[in-house]
Design a protein around this ligand. Sequence first.
Ligand SMILES: [Zn+2]
Length: 296
Amino acid sequence: MENVTVAFADYHRVNNAEQTLNRMRARLQNGFAVFAATAGYKYGRVPGLNGKVLVRQEPQASILVEALEGYASGCFDSQAVVADFLNAHPLYPKPKTGVIPHQRIADILRNPIYAGYVEAPQWGIARRKGHHEGLISLATFERIQDRLAGLGRTAYRTDLNVDFPLRGFVHCDDCGGFLTACWSTSSGKEKKRHPYYQCPKKGCASYGKAIRRSVIEGEFEALLRHAQPQPQLFAVASAMFRDLWDRRQANVKNESKTLTAALAKIDEQMEQTVERIVRVERARRGSRARSEGRET
Ligand SMILES: [Zn+2]
């Protein structure tokens, strides 16, 4: 009889676990996040949707948007800079150690949840549009993945030098590749060195055709002088900066409000602690006086 009971309970336990797993799998297949909420999200109810879905958790969500978009745009040029940004932000929650581990930053940058997608490769469920609101667009998410893979870096080179400032910026008109630059020594007696730009691609019609530095840089200067922004563009750009600036200011105001509230709470706790110390001190003195009085 005992054996039967145990076997029955065991069967139910295994069966329940399996059913839960099946339910989670089905829910995920339908675009609902089912795993523990990641930073910037919590589970909550949304009108029109069954069960609990991920919703933004502020202020983390807005801070993460700034971090993710900063990395995507190249403004934060490495994961370490993203980590610094989050670690230095007073409103971003930190683990007990006080420092967010680098692995967590990498996980955040790679998590499609932030673009509004769900997936579970371990269950064979491919990425699909989720029912929750993403913090960033899919394009931003993909730019982040490209940057993580080392693609799409800006044309910055460590051998950038004052001799050839246009290297890495000027394309060949025939093949579209970047021009290289070099000093070549003339064959004359004086062995003078001349600066040139040229296309390095073999087979290109312009291969080896050197362009004097003074020519190309002179033309570039003339081009720059023509490239004046239109007044409308200027107006739009100023409006955008003003908008960003206002938003940043609103954020700072919010931060200082939260910090002031935290400060008031700390003050209160300090007062309570001092009061408690005074009370204990008084009680101790009182009992000492009483015991001394008894002795005399
Ligand atoms: Zn070429």
